[in-house]
Design a protein around this ligand. Sequence first.
Ligand code: SAM
Length: 212
Amino acid sequence: MGKIEKYKEVDSLPNVFTTPEDFKKALSALAPYKQKTIVELGAGHGDWLLEYAKEHPEYLFVAVEIKGDRIWHGAKQALLENISNILFIHDDALRIEDYFPKESIDELWIQFPEPLPKKKHEKRRFTAHNRLKAYYNLLKPKGKIIFKTDEPQLFQFTLEELKKMSNFKIIKVDERFDLHRPNSGPLARLTYYEQQHLEHGREVMLLIIEKS
Ligand SMILES: C[S@@+](CC[C@H](N)C(=O)[O-])C[C@H]1O[C@@H](n2cnc3c(N)ncnc32)[C@H](O)[C@@H]1O
């Protein structure tokens, strides 16, 4: 199936949401029956999150992705395999405040987001101060943000932005996470872009912070 066909089909899939109203209905029907709500921003094909969802049917997963032809893959696969504990939001991740109630997310994953190096795009970076503030409100107490990148400048920028906030506790800073990857759990599994970066000899940095 071509890109255009995927774009045409994606928003009609029953597990894909394009408005906060529809998504909130689905969330309130499912979340009370799940132990945790786990969200990935810029999820690409959604394949990484889908694997996590398969391992943990007791949790609810939400993949957010702006490109319909990408998220189509994960959404279709979830339907094919009858995986019902994962939902897909086809929208700009900068709008997640509209989709989630306050204090509703346990884990927020940001993996290899666009670095957006131009100064004029700073506020659109997924880890800009204004975004961290928004995530803070959406996280449950002790909720975590897990951020991985291969872009040292974005990593340093994120640490600087974090200094402007006193209400996150730093759990882990690892500038050579590629050398210290665990053998099991979600951090053991590579994302699609992570795999590509490692093949090109790039280093991976990891930051985990917790709402205090
Ligand atoms: C470099 S890819 C990483 C994909 C995946 N996380 C991985 O590691 O394989 C960045 C993804 O973020 C998506 N993206 C970029 N800006 C976005 C935005 N504002 N809202 C939602 N998704 C966005 C892109 O379409 C792309 O799929």
